[in-house]
Design a protein around this ligand. Structure first.
Ligand code: 8YV
Length: 310
């Protein structure tokens, strides 16, 4: 069962190998009826960061053996339910780390150097009519605070080092081998960096980890970059902080209610907005698809899964 269209290569390969149900082809009002009618033959589910496998879906599929997510983030999969039902779960770690880290640095630079706004300045003819574009803020050498020093957080840190940026981080516990300054409080991290990058997983514990207090600590010259998940940031507070100038700027790949983006942000030149494209390159999406296929194949052959979560 493929929950939403996510990658045409993956879809093609799946349909060559198995009987493939495309959930989105059934109108919303008939979905439960459709799932009930086909439940006996649905043994695997492939979801992504948009539609995964929640408790209701899992309950409707008694023959389900494996959830192979086309994402590294598993916030759309009810892991407790899967554990209880002994359903295997896989994700797509590592293959997307470079792309997401590249985009985090790209968003930080684009926000500080006003690349998108400057591009609009040229396209609108303003350069010819109004002269030189205004000055922006330097990126190299700025202190970067990273929330979540997992695979992606570390890859961001490695890139930022090349820009001579001092690096500090927050995570649940200090990483013994990381050579970066550790803060046990997100507010303290924010108060001591210029650019705060959100790179942790979304859980009940991390929802709104960037709240008003954190934004105020980051301050009117601070920049927030979010390449994790929208709900990690209190978006209503973010909009107010940016509109009131309490926060300097933001580079955002993810939003609380995708694909809805608060329209108050559209007029602000201090923000750069991209539509959840962190892993969105040909190369990486192909590698993610191959991992999903490899995991499903391993499961079918009773072999060890390539990237098991459960
Ligand atoms: C994708 C993601 O946007 O890996 C994740 O957690 O959010 C992304 O890679 C998505 O799952 C692609 O459909």
């Amino acid at each position: 069962l493929l929950t939403v269209p996510m990658n045409s290569y993956l879809e093609g390969e799946l349909s060559k190998r198995c009987k493939l149900f495309r959930l989105w082809e059934t109108p919303l009002e008939n979905r439960w009826q459709f799932l009930r009618a086909n439940a006996a033959s649905i043994r695997a589910l492939v979801g992504n960061s948009v539609v995964g496998a929640d408790a209701e879906m899992i309950d409707a599929l008694p023959a389900l053996e494996i959830v192979a997510s086309f994402s590294v983030g598993l916030d759309k999969v009810d892991l407790a339910k899967c554990r209880e039902r002994r359903i295997r779960v896989t994700n797509t770690p590592d293959v997307l780390t470079d792309d997401v880290a590249d985009l985090a640095i790209g968003l930080a630079i684009a926000t500080m150097r006003r690349i998108c706004e400057a591009d609009r300045y040229v396209r609108s003819g303003a350069w010819k009519n109004m002269g030189d574009y205004k000055l922006s803020s330097k990126f190299s050498g700025k202190t970067i605070g990273i929330i979540g020093l997992g695979r992606i957080g570390l890859a961001i840190a490695k890139r930022a080092e090349a820009f001579d940026c001092p690096i500090s981080y927050y995570s649940r516990s200090e990483k013994p081998h990381a050579n970066y300054k550790y803060y046990s409080s997100v507010v303290d991290l924010a108060a001591n960096c210029h650019i705060l990058i959100v790179a942790c997983a979304l859980t009940e514990e991390t929802r709104h980890i960037v709240n008003r207090e954190v934004m105020d600590a980051l301050g009117p010259k601070g920049v927030l970059v979010n390449i994790g998940r929208g709900p990690l940031v209190d978006e209503a507070e973010l909009v107010s902080a940016l509109l009131e100038g309490r926060l300097g700027g933001a580079g955002l790949d993810v939003f609380e209610h995708e694909p809805h983006v608060p329209e108050q942000l559209f007029g602000l030149e201090s923000v750069v907005l991209v539509p959840h494209v962190g892993s969105g390159t040909w190369e990486t999406r192909k590698a993610m698809a191959d991992l999903v296929l490899g995991n499903l194949e391993a499961h079918a052959m009773n072999e060890p899964l390539l990237t098991p979560v459960l």
